[in-house]
Each structure stands twice: as C-alpha cells, then as structure tokens.
Ligand binder design. Structure first.
Ligand code: PLP
Length: 416
C-alpha cells in the first residue's frame, strides 16, 4: 500500500488505496510492451482495442513525424486543413450508404455526446419539442461523460452510482427473440413522441461484458427504429476498423444507421480522435439560413491535424496490407483456441466474434490475482467483471497469439 500524499496521479477505474501500483511501460513495438527493467509483455488487448496495426507502425509514425513538423495543431473554427479534409472524404467513401457528414472530436465518449446532441437538436430544428430521451439497450456501454453514461446499462454498468444525476433514458433488451422484439416494438410505440433516437453497439456490447449478438439482431433494431421514425445511432467506437472481421460491424447486417460514432482504432491507436458521422438526411436538418439551427458543439482540439494525419495513414494501411484477412485469421484462431474452455464447469460461456475472444466465468474471479498471473506469464490481459478477453492487434503473429491463448487457457483452468 502506498501513502496517500505520494499519489500524484489519479488512475482510471482504480481504487487508489488498495490497487497494486501500475507497471511502467517504457516502449512499445509490434504487439509487445516493454516494461521498465526490460521485461516484454505480449499485448492481448491492443491498448483498449485501439492498436489494430500493432504499435509503432512505420507508415503511421512517418506520417505523424511529417505532420508534427508542418503543423501539429491549429484550431478548426473558421480554419480547415488538408489532413481533416482528406480524412472526411475518405471516411465518407468508406462508410456505407450516405453517411457523408463527419464531425470530428477527441474521444469516444464525446463522439457519443455529439451523436446525442445531433439527435436532440435534429428534432428541435424540425420544430418538434419534447424529444429529449434516447432508447438504449441493457448491457450497453457508451462512455464516461454524462450523456454517454445515461445510455449505459443502468443496473449492471459501471456508472450505476451516478443514476440520480443523469437524464433518464428508455432501456430495452436487445431483440434476440420474438418476445423481446415485441417488447422493443411496444416500447418504441409507447415512448415515440419523447424519443430522439435509438443507440446501439452493433454485433457486440464491449465494456458491458463482450456480449455478442448476431447481425439479425441489429437488423431488427434498425427495422423497428425505421418503422417508428426514430434515427438510429450506431456506436462503432469498439467495432469500427476491422475488429469484427469487416471494416464496420453494421455492414454484416446490411444496416446503414443515421448517425455512426467512431474512435479507438481510427488513428490505429496512436492519437485521441473520434468522429460522429451523419447521413445527408440528418445533416440537412441543420442546413439552414437560421444561425441557431447550427450544431452547437466545438471541442478545442477537434480535427487535430496530427491525429488526422495518423488516421489517414491508418486508412492507408487498410488499403495496402491485408488487415481484414488478418482479422478473420485471428478470429479463426481464437475460436479454435478458446473453444476447449467451454467444457470447464467453472466457465459459463466462451464467445468469439471477429478478433474478439471472451471467456465468461460462472463466478466472478479474483481480478487482481488473475491480472498478476497474466503478467507472470508475460502477457498483458485485463479481465473485468466475470470475463477475461482477448482483442489483440489484427497483425499479431501465430506465435504471440498462441502464447496469449495458452495463457488464457492456463489461467482459466486454475481459476474456473
Ligand atoms: N462507446 C463504446 C462502444 C466504447 O467501447 C467506448 C470505450 O470503451 C466508448 C464509447 C467511450 O470511448 P472513450 O473511452 O474514448 O471515451
């Protein structure tokens, strides 16, 4: 235990008094993190699901170095620059349908805030007041800021203690069967006139517990939202950029949401950048001679040129390297490697979707102990709640992925 006064840094989701001190990272390369003292860990989670190309890819590093010397930052109000213009064009071209209007911010949570504000202001601009709530799903996670927290699972989620301070949203189960589909349909009908939008994580609810769902579930959500005239916000902050085996998870359901949120792997895990992307129909509600109809948002560091240069370089790599094939290979390896754990009595479930593999324990394990044992085995894996999961770089080689799977297997066999 360390003395209170010596703690200068306040760490994320951490009980500062009792948590083990953090390990000090001094370098990264490929899929490895080097610790002070020289030990290397294989990163099983790609720095919170961001570093899809592995660390320090030379193409991204070169693009960033060039941009750093030229213009690391300039404000975006009243000015524009080539890295943002190019990135906006490229995202619009990559995203399905007419998701063509890109609003840059600097974190996933803020991308969600912007999506919520877009949805609320959309109705105000159309002259309809009273549409101030969103319909969100149990098991969901959308971030740490107030609006984003309000759309997270209200009971299971890590923000439940803040409930009294948050806007109250409408929560439903994902429509995994006919009964839940009918319940969702009824909730949309009942709350229709107070709902601004529906928000969903396509194919997998990540921080809520790596809860996967088939594309048909997303297709059902989209169909019902459309039936009730509700804009659909797809939160692809976790799933975007190859994680599920396609560039965007929505593609697998043939769904084009009205608003889509991106962050995490947008810069290949190098810089804080996010984007909230709207269809032309949504954008047109803000297109007016009335200044008050403008979208009222503008973070200081929005469209930071260095981050946009990194994102452009990351998109280059999706064009020049077989990243989606690699994602599918990782998926196959995770499925084959983790499947035997399904037989353990202490394992409730094993879920693999794209380059995401999760083992859910029947009973919540001692997380601190698990984390320590993973580090002892030379891997960086961060179990939470009752799951341990792998979301490695899509570029991870056979050997390192094999070692990650072996570590998860060994630790699960003794913990479960
Ligand atoms: N939405 C989803 C689906 C996420 O997984 C996350 C982060 O894990 C967020 C939003 C919040 O992003 P950030 O941590 O960058 O604010």
């Amino acid at each position: 235990m360390t003395a209170l006064s010596s703690q200068k840094l306040w760490r994320p989701y951490t009980q500062m008094k009792t948590a083990a001190p953090p390990l000090e990272a001094i370098a990264t390369q490929g899929t490895r993190i080097t610790l002070k003292g020289g030990r290397e860990l294989i990163d099983g989670i790609a720095s919170w699901w961001t570093a899809v190309h592995g660390y320090n890819h030379p193409h991204i590093a070169a693009a960033m170095a060039d941009q750093l010397i030229r213009m690391p930052h300039v404000m975006f109000g009243g000015l524009t620059h080539a890295p943002a213009e190019r990135l906006g064009q490229r995202l619009a071209a990559l995203l399905p349908g007419d998701l063509n209007h890109v609003f840059f911010t600097d974190s996933g949570s803020v991308a969600v805030e912007v999506a919520l504000k877009m949805a609320v202001q959309l109705w105000l601009n159309r002259g309809e007041t009273g549409r101030t709530r969103v319909l969100a799903f149990r098991g969901g996670y959308h971030g740490d800021t107030m609006g984003a927290m309000s759309a997270c699972d209200p009971e299971e989620g890590m923000h439940r203690r803040f409930g009294a301070y948050l806007p109250t949203q409408v929560f439903c189960e994902l429509p995994r069967d006919g009964e839940r589909e009918a319940a969702l349909d009824a909730a949309m009908a009942r709350h229709r006139h107070e709902l601004a939008a529906v928000i969903v994580e396509p194919l997998v609810q990540g921080a809520g517990g790596m809860l996967t769902h088939p594309p048909e579930v997303l297709a059902t959500v989209a169909r019902l939202a459309q039936r009730h005239g509700l804009p659909l916000i797809a939160d692809e902050i976790f799933t975007g950029f190859g994680r599920t085996g396609t560039m965007f998870a929505c593609e697998q359901a043939g769904v084009v949401p009205d608003i889509l949120c991106l962050s995490k792997a947008l810069t290949g895990g190098t810089m804080a950048l996010a984007a909230t992307v709207a269809t032309t129909e949504i954008f047109s509600a803000f297109w007016s001679d009335d200044p008050s109809a403008a979208l009222m948002h503008g973070p200081t560091f929005m469209a930071n040129p260095l981050a946009c240069a990194a994102a452009n370089a990351s998109l280059d790599l999706f064009e020049t390297e077989p990243r989606l094939d690699q994602a599918r290979a990782v998926a196959a390896r995770l499925e084959a490697g983790l499947a035997p754990l399904r037989r353990l009595s202490g394992v409730r479930d094993v879920r693999v979707l794209g380059a995401i593999g999760a083992v859910q324990f029947a009973q919540a394990p001692d997380l601190a102990d698990l984390k320590r044992r993973f580090v002892e085995r030379g891997v960086w894996v961060r179990p939470f709640g009752d799951i341990v999961y792998l979301t490695p770089a899509l570029t991870i080689d056979e050997n390192d992925l094999g070692r990650l799977i072996a570590a998860v297997t060994a630790v699960t066999e003794t913990a479960a």
